[in-house]
Unconditional design. Structure first.
Length: 136
């Protein structure tokens, strides 16, 4: 995997993946025009884990129609201000979802499949929870 990040102006940067996708980063916390690099890391763990959860539930023949991850974090007060704690709260929506399947999907993502979460485990305490929203 390869990517480039190029300075545009002020504290704004353009990231480009080798697959041709682009994303803007902004390090100016007072007047930002895009997410900061740390916000991107936080959103990355949420998207990585959500992808796993949905795929696992679909393979389990669950009628999942939505998955939202509410992310919260705490960072160190002093530089380099790394994440110390991250919590992922999954809101899984569907019809007749089996709670055991949802719990298993969330656990499998956290313990085995989500590469972003497993990488962040080396630096922070990462926890998770879930709730099921039934569409009946």
């Amino acid at each position: 995997m390869k990517a480039t990040v190029e300075w545009i102006k002020d504290m704004t940067y353009l990231g480009q993946s080798e697959t041709g996708h682009s994303v803007v980063f902004d390090g100016d916390s007072a007047n930002s025009s895009a997410p900061s690099p740390m916000e991107m890391v936080l959103m990355s763990v949420g998207s990585c884990a959500s992808i796993d959860v949905v795929m696992i539930l679909e393979k389990s023949k669950q009628q999942v129609s939505g998955c939202k991850v509410n992310l919260s974090s705490e960072r160190a007060e002093n530089p380099p201000r790394v994440f110390e704690r991250i919590h992922l709260e999954f809101e899984v929506t569907g019809t007749n979802l089996n709670e055991k399947h949802v719990a298993r999907a969330v656990d499998l993502s956290a313990e085995k499949y989500c590469s972003v979460k497993l990488m962040l485990d080396k630096a922070a305490t990462v926890s998770h929870s879930y709730k099921i929203i039934d569409q009946n």
